[in-house]
Every structure is written in structure tokens, then in C-alpha cells.
Design a protein around this ligand. Structure first.
Ligand code: NDP
Length: 337
């Protein structure tokens, strides 16, 4: 059986380029006892792939999660015709032994049956009911501990994680302000229930806009982007404000490394007695089903709306990834095979 995969042939230098990737064919071996043959249905492109691959030595198969169909099986737990999720990389097909870690060794979740999402589309297992949803749920609720009536700011607000955080904050009765990179994204955020949405690329005065949007100051900040935008938001935090540091995408493609060197407003941190904590979602992986079932329930009840930015075709994985890093996506960026 033939399969295709994308190999990363060199480390990214600045923004990823198509020449960083190579499409390769391989012949898959026949199945041994316990193994399954998986065929990708949806693949995820995520920001972490950009910084994470810098710690790996090229050439290697690009890392990433996918929803796949079991098309052949010698494992009773994963019968042919069932669907699975796993860190199987940028591969169209793969033979796996389910109990082992994924081929990229980055996760113990090599392969699992699709979670019970109560009839929601399979692709949601890569978004609202997957890694981004678990990040939004625990990263916000555990680290920000939002209370009804508080003011919450979210950056990267129209993306996979951010769009969910803002909606969870509304469910919890908070005032929610989102920053995103286009007017269309901001209009969508208002549809989702965000009280104020600000285009950080065109806003002439971020400080004044935030002051107007959050006249009582900011109690919780969910930081997806880092950089100077975060620096500015931190200065408007209230006493005992909580900051959940989820990502710093503004620096991922920065060649100089200076983008990640942002001044911390120390006086504000001290006198406002702020708590700022970074997280990696795997911290809560043993509790992921709690988040998945709650997120799925909120989606079914219409309390959380989901949008996907779907790129068609396995061969377009690099384009989907590069586009997501530049902000093409509203909601979760995925590839449909
Ligand atoms: P998104 O769906 O939000 O996609 C990335 C978005 O980042 C783009 O659409 C773009 O939107 C925005 N962006 C790109 N460059 C910049 C920039 N220079 N400044 C501000 N925004 C920028 O991705 P995810 O929701 O999957 O991830 C969001 C963040 O969360 C990332 O930093 C990611 O690394 C992090 N993350 C961390 C996890 C953890 O365990 N800690 C788990 C999952 C995600 P725009 O048009 O608004 O600029």
C-alpha cells in the first residue's frame, strides 16, 4: 500500500517556506498482529509546530495530530471502519501499533478511538473537542479563575483557542474583549458574543481603545500572542489580576529573537499583585475527557459556536500551515484529505 508524507528538510528560518518541505512516497509494510492501517481524514495545523520543530534534527516527518479511518486492522480494539485520533504526523496513511507513542515521540497519545462528542463532526476532535479545546477550558478556567462580572481580555481571539476562551468567559458571565488581526475576524467575535473586538493591526491607540473597552480595568488576560500587545494589556490589569500565558505566536517567526524579549511591567506586577502563569496543555491531559464532554455539551446547546478554516487536499498541508501562521484562519485551521 502506497502512502505520502511531508518531510521537513531544514529548520524554519523566519516564516516557513514551501521549500522547507518535501513530499515523499513510501510503501507501507503488511500489518503484523496488533497493528492497524490508518488513512487520514482531517489533519491539524497548529502554531506549536513552528517552535517545537526547532528542537528536532531535520530531515524528519512533520509532526501533528490527525483524525484517521482504520482501513485495515489486526487489533480488535480498533476494527476496520472505526475512526481514531493520534499524533501520526503529516502522513496520508500509516501502519501503527496503537499502544505505542506516536511516531514523533512527542506524545503518549499515539492513537486513541475518537472521543465521544455526541454526534459532532469528526474534525471537532482536532479543535473544540481536542487539544485547542482542552487548552482553552483548563488554561482559562484553572489559571484565570474567572468570576462573574469580571473583565477578560483574549488575544489571538479569533483563532482555535482564543475563540473558545472568549465564549467560555461569556458563559461564566464575564465582560469579554478580544484582539484579532482583521475587521472580519472582529465582526465574527461580536457574533460570538464578545462585548468588544479590536483589530490590533489597525487600531491607532491600543492603550486608549482598551481603556474605553475596559473602563474598570482587566481582571483576567488569556495571552495567545505575547509581544508588545501583551505588554500593553498587562499594564491595565486590576489588583490580583490573573494572566494565563498560553502562547507567544508574535515571536515564533521572528529571526532576531528580539520579539520574545518584551519588557514586563514590574511596578504593575508588584503593586497590582498580578499572577502570571504559563502552561502546556499536557498538564491536564489525564483530565481531558472532562473538558471534551463539557465543550461538546456547550456546542450542542448552542452556547459555543465553532468555525473551521478548511484547506482541501493533503498536498496543501504546507500552504495551510503557512497561512495559519500569517492569520488566514478564522477558527480552527484544518486540512481535509
Ligand atoms: P490560531 O488558530 O489562533 O492561529 C494562529 C493565529 O495567530 C493567526 O490566525 C493570527 O491571527 C495570529 N497571529 C499570527 N501572528 C501574530 C502576531 N504577530 N501577533 C498576534 N497574533 C498573531 O492558533 P491556536 O489557537 O491553535 O493557538 C493560539 C496560541 O496558543 C498560539 O500561540 C499557540 O502556540 C498557543 N497554544 C498553546 C498551547 C499550550 O499548551 N500552551 C496549546 C494550543 C495552542 P490574527 O489574524 O488575529 O493575527
Amino acid at each position: 500500500m502506497k502512502a505520502e508524507k511531508f518531510t521537513l528538510v531544514r529548520h524554519f528560518d523566519g516564516y516557513p517556506k514551501t521549500t522547507d518541505f518535501k513530499l515523499e512516497s513510501e510503501e507501507l509494510p503488511p500489518l503484523k498482529d496488533g497493528e492497524v492501517l490508518c488513512e487520514a481524514e482531517f489533519l491539524s495545523v497548529d502554531p506549536y509546530m513552528r517552535p517545537y520543530t526547532m528542537s528536532m534534527t531535520p530531515p524528519f516527518t512533520m509532526i501533528g495530530g490527525q483524525v484517521a479511518k482504520v482501513v485495515e486492522s489486526r487489533n480488535a480494539k480498533y476494527p476496520a471502519g472505526s475512526y481514531v485520533i493520534g499524533q501520526l504526523g503529516w502522513r496520508s496513511r500509516i501502519v501503527v501499533l496503537p499502544a505505542t507513542p506516536g511516531p514523533d515521540k512527542s506524545s503518549a497519545a499515539g492513537l486513541e478511538p475518537l472521543p465521544d462528542m455526541g454526534g459532532l463532526p469528526h474534525s471537532y476532535a482536532l479543535g473544540v473537542c481536542g487539544m485547542p479545546g482542552v487548552s482553552a477550558y483548563f488554561g482559562f478556567l484553572e489559571l484565570c479563575q474567572p468570576k462573574e462580572g469580571e473583565t477578560v481580555v483574549v488575544t489571538g481571539a479569533a483563532g482555535a483557542v482564543g475563540s473558545l476562551v472568549g465564549q467560555i468567559a461569556k458563559i461564566k458571565g464575564c465582560r469579554v474583549i478580544g484582539f484579532a488581526g482583521t475587521d472580519d475576524k472582529c465582526a465574527w467575535l461580536r457574533e460570538l458574543g464578545y462585548d468588544v473586538a479590536i483589530n490590533y493591526k489597525t487600531c491607532p491607540d491600543i492603550d486608549a481603545a482598551l481603556k474605553e473597552a475596559a473602563p474598570k480595568g482587566v481582571d483576567c488576560y488569556f495571552d495567545n500572542v505575547g509581544g508588545m500587545l501583551s505588554h500593553r494589556i498587562r499594564q491595565q490589569m486590576n489588583l490580583f489580576g490573573r494572566i494565563s500565558v498560553c502562547g507567544s505566536i508574535s515571536s515564533y517567526n521572528d529571526k532576531t529573537g528580539e520579539g520574545a524579549q518584551v519588557p514586563v511591567p514590574e511596578m504593575t506586577t508588584v503593586f497590582k499583585q498580578l499572577r502570571s502563569e504559563g502552561f502546556i496543555v499536557t498538564r491536564w491531559w489525564h483530565r481531558k475527557n472532562e473538558a471534551i464532554s463539557q465543550m461538546a455539551a456547550w456546542v450542542r446547546e448552542g452556547k459555543i459556536k465553532v468555525q473551521e478554516h478548511v484547506t482541501q487536499g493533503f498536498h496543501n498541508m504546507p500552504q495551510a500551515f503557512m497561512g495559519m501562521l500569517k492569520g488566514d484562519n478564522t477558527g480552527k485551521a484544518i486540512v481535509k484529505v
